[in-house]
Design a protein around this ligand. Structure first.
Ligand SMILES: O=C(NC1CCCCC1)[C@H]([C@@H]1CCCCO1)n1c(-c2ccc(Cl)cc2)nc2cc(F)c(Cl)cc21
Length: 233
């Protein structure tokens, strides 16, 4: 049985990523808000666009803390952020949803989201993804590293220097694999399952534009930043 050892450099890398990840804490507000009050379809849509807009800004700060990211070609930096923003938003939503809350609160939260205005057809695939994330019981390190790995995906549209992105993503994958082995010794396939969630995440983000434009109300207003990042308007 191979003895897994995390090197000094890998510990330092993980610390940088987790600290940057901890700095982006807006999502807790949205859960608290949704638990506090029942909102109308319009208010829910506004809450989503406000939260998503501020999360894009937070993700940019998180990504800038990833060692080496700022030395990438500037257009590639934009391509990576644009290409991963929706995935990062759904991944973050799933992580917020998976937080253990006082009993009964998770049920209320699920109910509020189901009735928030999302079209019926998208509710099942979205919650299937959320529940598959819950089932993984991801640690904070795993969440932070998985988010960084998602952003540093070399095959995003318009990325020119694939190699340079791979060189940044690989060390993250290496340390995530070791963290998974150390934190889930009884599940040898845990790392593979974790990466498998990224495939499910891509299918979910495939119809994000339709999820938004089919929100059960008329006249969907988006912020300029979301028009940039989401394929809407
Ligand atoms: O605001 C949301 N998510 C933010 C986005 C930025 C990062 C932090 C979380 C939305 C809510 C949905 C209800 C109405 C208000 O918006 N949301 C989504 C969601 C996201 C995209 C679409 Cl198209 C549909 C639903 N899934 C969520 C799971 C959750 F646990 C919670 Cl608390 C909220 C969640």
């Amino acid at each position: 049985k191979e003895k897994v050892e995390i090197t000094k450099e890998q510990k330092a890398l993980t610390k940088v990523i987790v600290e940057a990840y901890n700095r982006h804490q807006i999502p807790q507000d949205v859960a608290k808000k949704l638990l506090q009050d029942q909102y109308s379809v319009e208010e829910n849509f506004l809450l989503l666009t406000e939260m998503a807009t501020s999360q894009v800004q937070v993700i940019v700060e998180f990504t800038k803390s990833i060692p080496g990211f700022l030395s990438l070609d500037h257009e590639d930096q934009i391509a990576l952020l644009k290409g991963s923003a929706v995935e990062a938003m759904f991944l973050r939503s799933a992580q917020v949803f998976s937080k253990k809350m006082p009993n009964g609160h998770n049920g209320i939260l699920e109910e509020r989201i189901r009735k928030s205005g999302i079209s019926e057809e998208f509710i099942t695939p979205m919650f299937n993804f959320y529940k598959s994330i819950i089932g993984l019981h991801m640690s904070l390190e795993e969440q932070a590293l998985l988010t960084a790995i998602t952003i540093l995906t070399p095959d995003r549209p318009y990325v020119k220097d694939h190699q340079a992105v791979e060189k940044l993503q690989e060390p993250m994958l290496d340390v995530l694999r070791k963290v998974c082995v150390l934190q889930h010794p009884q599940e040898p396939q845990y790392f593979a399952r974790l990466l498998g969630r990224l495939t499910e995440l891509r299918t979910l983000t495939h119809y994000h534009a339709e999820m938004l434009t089919s929100w059960r109300m008329n006249d969907h207003k988006f912020t300029p930043l979301l028009c940039e990042i989401w394929d809407v308007q």
